[in-house]
Design a protein around this ligand. Structure first.
Ligand SMILES: Cc1cc2nc3c(=O)[nH]c(=O)nc-3n(C[C@H](O)[C@H](O)[C@H](O)COP(=O)(O)OP(=O)(O)OC[C@H]3O[C@@H](n4cnc5c(N)ncnc54)[C@H](O)[C@@H]3O)c2cc1C
Ligand SMILES: NC(=O)c1ccc[n+]([C@@H]2O[C@H](COP(=O)([O-])OP(=O)(O)OC[C@H]3O[C@@H](n4cnc5c(N)ncnc54)[C@H](O)[C@@H]3O)[C@@H](O)[C@H]2O)c1
Length: 458
């Protein structure tokens, strides 16, 4: 076996790792990045996550706005959207590979990594095994879908989100198991292309973490687009029936069946630690199977760190990026950054229109003992939304009645995934909400709805 020695070894080509690699190389370290699949240079986000799904969401929105699309035209537009998505992914994957591969201080090893000892990682490449020894090791192997134990889940018409991204034929009827981020985003994408979509969620509350008024509005808008939601519903069996499948459902009203042409399983994502042989390094995992880290992202072994989805933090690309910032600060800075100083992490669910949130919902603020003032504004109040012909949705703000600080902001409406970042930055400043209420925004814009929303706080 060939033996190579590095100062730093990064396992997985995720967002945090691929940003950390050039930084470490610029500090004079000899760095290796190990990626198990040539189709995954750049990681989940680029190849099978954010980028391809949002590319499809964009095309689906356009198709949904058009009139007179019959089944053939919808299939043709779906096929073109898949092709454009593939072109974009291929472009970004190549750029990501070249960014690291062309760097003089970085070696990209394409192969599967597994620990042999605390400082040694075996990499199985097509050309044979390499034993990579490194002083510092960073685990950035991401997450993979959870597959519930349902008879028939391994059937031909049942897909994970990754597999759905290559589904050539637009399904007439799509059943989605799981009503979380992936479930709702795919529901919105496929409904936009014209599929009949049913979301099967075993929880009893639709979008349980969201503000209740906003969640109700989301449900109403998505239902108006033809998406059906079945809560408190478990799938007990999936049976192949020729070109389609039958799902056997267990519901509060008893057993039921659902016919579908495709089934998406979107029931959460778990740490990708298979085959890493963490025991050989002494790296511990949590009860949920994620790599155990402290606030500085150090594992139970001092020279090994874990970044991104694999460490059990929020599963967002921008959190993996922030993990990189923490490591940079901890290893080469003043060691003040930790996961504990993350406040007001915004997020967006790319349904149509998108939902974005930062801070507390009204319910969460009350639970935390705040006295609150709130305001709501329908998206119809926005002239920009009328120009965009996207008047669905609702905004809501939550203000602390004692300090006048903005505690939370939710926007379900066009361009909310952009607008939320303005509010997030403002919330970091800790200023009273009236400052944002009276800030000058361009017109016409979706951002200016913030002025009106906060103007309605009483
Ligand atoms: C369908 C979908 C849509 C999403 N949409 C969004 C979104 O819109 N916005 C957002 O912020 N987040 C989104 N996410 C989440 C986001 O993609 C992840 O949080 C993020 O990509 C995680 O990055 P990471 O740094 O943890 O590692 P990843 O990008 O997951 O990279 C891990 C890499 O490690 C490799 N690997 C695994 N095991 C080994 C091994 N043993 N040896 C070598 N290599 C290995 C994998 O092949 C992979 O390339 C989405 C996720 C999915 C699935
Ligand atoms: N826009 C974004 O930022 C974005 C988009 C997609 C994914 N992601 C990330 O990916 C992660 C994974 O997404 P996800 O949707 O797979 O997970 P999730 O945790 O968001 O949702 C999973 C849902 O499936 C339900 N569920 C679990 N088992 C079930 C079963 N047997 N039957 C029916 N329902 C069941 C859960 O109650 C939950 O509502 C998210 O947590 C998110 O961080 C982010």
């Amino acid at each position: 076996m060939i033996k190579e020695t590095f100062d730093a070894l990064i396992i997985g080509f995720g967002k945090g790792g691929k940003t950390l690699a050039p930084f470490l190389a610029e500090q004079g370290l000899k760095v290796a990045v190990v990626e198990k699949s040539p189709l995954m240079y750049g990681g989940t986000c680029i190849n099978i996550g954010c980028i391809p799904t949002k590319a499809l969401a964009y095309q689906s929105h356009i198709v949904s706005q058009e009139e007179g699309n019959g089944p053939e035209s919808r299939q043709a537009k779906y096929a073109r959207a898949l092709q454009e998505k593939d072109e974009l992914v291929t472009l970004l994957r190549g750029k990501n590979f070249n960014n690291l591969n062309s760097h003089p201080g970085i070696t990209v090893l394409t192969g599967t990594a597994s620990f042999q000892s605390p400082h040694e990682v075996r990499v199985e490449t097509e050309a044979g095994s390499i034993l990579a020894e490194a002083e510092r090791i960073f685990i950035n192997t991401g997450a993979k879908p959870v597959l519930p134990d349902i008879p028939g889940i391994d059937g031909a018409h049942v897909y994970t989100s990754t597999e759905m991204l290559d589904l050539a034929k637009l399904p007439s009827r799509l059943a989605i198991i799981g009503g979380g981020y992936i479930g709702l985003e795919f529901a919105s994408i496929y409904a936009g292309f014209g599929s009949e979509v049913t979301v099967l969620e075993n929880g009893g509350v639709f979008m349980p973490r969201e503000d209740r008024e906003i969640a109700e509005e989301v449900k109403k808008v998505l239902e108006a687009k033809g998406i059906r939601f079945r809560l408190q519903t478990k799938v007990s069996r999936i049976a192949e029936q020729g070109e389609s499948v039958q799902l056997l459902l267990s519901t509060p009203d008893g057993e039921d069946t659902l016919q579908a042409d495709a089934v998406l399983v979107a029931t959460g994502r778990q740490a990708n630690t298979d085959g890493l042989n963490l025991e050989a390094a002494g790296v511990e995992v949590t009860e949920r199977g994620f790599v155990r880290v402290d606030e500085t992202l150090q594992t139970t072994v001092p020279h090994i760190w874990a970044i991104g989805d694999v460490n059990g933090g929020p599963q967002f690309t921008y959190i993996s990026l922030d993990d990189y910032r923490i490591l940079k600060n901890q290893l080469f800075g003043d060691r003040t950054r930790t996961t504990g100083d993350r406040r007001f992490v915004p997020y967006s669910v790319f349904i149509d229109p998108p939902l974005a949130q930062v801070g507390y919902t009204e319910q969460e603020a009350l639970k935390r003992g705040h006295t609150v003032k709130t305001a709501k504004l329908p998206v119809t109040a926005s002239t920009r939304a009328r120009q965009l012909k996207q008047t669905e949705g609702l905004l809501k703000a939550v203000v602390d009645a004692e300090t006048d600080r903005l505690l939370g902001f939710t926007m379900f409406g066009a361009e909310s995934s952009e607008v939320v970042n303005i509010v997030s930055v403002f919330m970091q400043s800790g200023q009273p909400y009236s400052v944002l209420r009276d800030t000058i925004f361009t017109h016409p814009s979706m951002a200016e709805t913030i002025n009106d929303l906060l103007g309605a706080i009483q």
